[in-house]
Structure formats: C-alpha cells, structure tokens
Design a protein around this ligand. Structure first.
Ligand code: AMP
Ligand code: MG
Length: 313
C-alpha cells in the first residue's frame, strides 16, 4: 500500500526519511518535477527504482544532496568551476556531472565513472535529504512518459512505491539542466541556460551523450507534430480528413480541434507542458499539432522536450 503524505510537516518528513534509510522508495516533490527516490548509498534500493519505472539499466540517475559539501563525498577531482557553479545555482535546477567517488554504487551511475549531482530548491526535498542521506532519483513517471509535475501524474504512472509526498504543482515543470563539468558540455537544456552558465560551454543538446537522452522521452501516446503557425490550419485539416482526433497547442491560434490549448508565455508553457501532454492522452487525441517556439532561453529546453516527445525511436 502506498502512503500519501500531503503538505507534510517535520514529523511526516522524518518518517519518510526513515523509509529512505531502510531501503524503501519515496516519491518527493522538487522545483523541477517529482522524483522517485531511494538511498543513493543502497544498491538494492536503487535497483528497485529501475524496476518500478521500467527504466533501462543503462540510464543513470541524479543524486540529490542538501549540503554543498556532499559534492566532495560523492565526487572526486571536483574542479573550481563546479564549486563556483554550486555557489551560484544551488539550490536550483542545475545538475553537474563529475567523476564519481568510491562511495557511489554502480547502480546509481549505470556503470559510468561519473555521477550526476544536484541540490533541489524545494523545502520538502531538502528536509527529506537532510534527515536521511543523498537520494538517487529519476523523475517519478513510467519510463518514456512525460515527467510528473503533480501528484495525480505520479498516481497515474507508478505502483509499488512506499510513500508519495504531495508538494503541490511543480514550480518549474521541466527537468534540470544537466552540465557535464568534466567535458564542459550541456547534456540536457533546462531552466538554467547556456548563457547563464557563461562562456566556454558548447550547446550540445543534439549530442546523445547523457545516456538517458537517447531514448524517446517525455512522450504522450499521441503523435506530436511540431510546426510553424502558417502551417497549422493545413495540418489540422489533413489529419481531420484522415479521421484522426486532433489536438492543438499554440501561442494564440484558435481552431476547431478536439482539444485546443493556449500555452501562454515561456514560463507557463514549461510549467504546464507535461500536464498538457497528459491531458491529450486522457482525451484520446491521436495527433497533437504544436506551434514551435524560438530555441533560446527557456525555449531551448521546451523545444528539446517536444522534439524528444515527437521522435519515433
Ligand atoms: P531523469 O532524472 O530521469 O530526468 O534523468 C536524469 C538525466 O541525467 C538523464 O538524462 C541521465 O542520462 C542524466 N545523467 C545521470 N547521470 C549521468 C552521468 N553520470 N553522466 C551523464 N548523464 C547522466
Ligand atoms: Mg526522467
């Protein structure tokens, strides 16, 4: 039986921390998306995460910490730059890939000699980690599905977790920026942009270096078609003629489709993206036409997720 803790106080968080320390799985909120967590120091507990999510064994996890000094416990050869970035962006949506220490089990890193680390900016997450230990956590969805940004998404996707902590809607709604500090490369764009990370880093969202990035991801059952505003009408009509149920997600284009969603500004687009993708599935939409946006700032991360969701493999 899964226990759900709503807006927990110190006592409830303590009980969830105990569960982590005894090798159980706890879903917890972060500012990006919900995480499915286990003790990062317990290989058996981490193996359960792969099973519950249906996650491929070669896709490593992010280890969540609550104090910066844990960087030196989990990683070795930590460069000055990582310390500087941790000062500037933690707690926050930046994950850093560093050489791993002996302490990190291979289950967490899928056999790599690097480990991904971040400090989430969420009261509940930080308290949970403080009361237990570093927590390995991928997003709390079935592998390949859109990441969960609300309790109901977690409930839709996951069975066999011990505790779910409800922290309301995720503030940002998109996964963290992943920066490989050892190579000075952004492996996954996110809220923190390459510009913010400063000079010297190449954008490489196209490179499938972050092991998880090679899979079809963030995808609803519906097929996603990204297009320009001028082509929206033609596409809708084409698919309607084929007898498909068509959905539309755009800046301000109104059309008589089965589900029509206005995405708002970039921040709102990001925050509601996964909720909207799941909405199309609930309405049995076959094709979702999406009006693309400029790939800069947060738009880079939004388009990255939409492209992954629309790819066939
Ligand atoms: P998730 O938490 O499921 O949204 O995904 C975590 C992301 O971090 C995935 O894209 C992983 O491939 C990536 N990641 C985790 N550990 C590493 C690592 N050691 N090297 C490169 N990428 C990593
Ligand atoms: Mg994920």
């Amino acid at each position: 039986m899964t226990k759900i803790l709503k807006n927990p106080g110190a006592k409830e968080i303590k009980s969830a921390a105990k569960a982590i320390l005894s090798g159980k799985l706890v879903v917890f909120p972060t500012e990006t998306v919900y995480g499915l967590g286990a003790s990062a120091l317990n290989p058996g507990a981490v193996r359960k995460i792969y099973k519950v999510k249906g996650r491929p064994a070669d896709n490593p996890m992010i280890v969540h910490i609550a104090k910066r000094s844990d960087l030196f416990v989990l990683a070795r050869n930590v460069p000055e730059r990582a310390i500087d970035l941790a000062k500037r962006f933690w707690p926050g949506p930046l994950t850093m890939v560093l050489k791993k220490s002996e302490l990190v089990p291979k289950e967490v890193t899928a056999g790599l000699d690097t480990v991904a680390i971040r400090m989430p900016a969420n009261r509940i997450a930080l308290e949970l980690i403080r009361q237990s230990c570093p927590i390995a956590a991928p997003s709390a969805n079935r592998s390949g599905k859109p990441s969960p940004t609300a309790l109901e998404h977690v409930l839709e996707d996951l069975k066999d977790v011990d505790i779910i902590i409800d922290g309301g809607k995720s503030k940002i709604g998109l996964e963290s920026t992943v920066l490989d500090v050892t190579k000075n490369k952004v492996l996954r764009p996110g809220k923190i942009t390459p510009q913010q990370l400063k000079a010297g880093i190449q954008k490489s969202s196209r490179v499938a270096k972050s092991p998880g990035m090679k899979y079809r991801h963030y995808a609803p059952k519906a097929k996603i078609v990204i297009t320009r505003k001028s082509d929206i009408k033609n596409l809708i009509e084409k698919y309607k003629k084929q007898g498909k149920r068509v959905g539309l997600m755009s800046k301000n284009y109104k059309y008589n489709t089965d589900t029509n969603i206005i995405v708002g500004n970039e921040k709102q687009f990001a925050k509601n993206l996964y909720t909207n993708l799941r909405k199309f599935d609930r309405k049995n939409i076959d094709i979702v036409i999406v009006e693309g946006i400029a790939e800069k700032g947060l738009g880079l991360a939004i388009m990255n997720r939409l492209k992954k969701a629309s790819s066939k493999s």
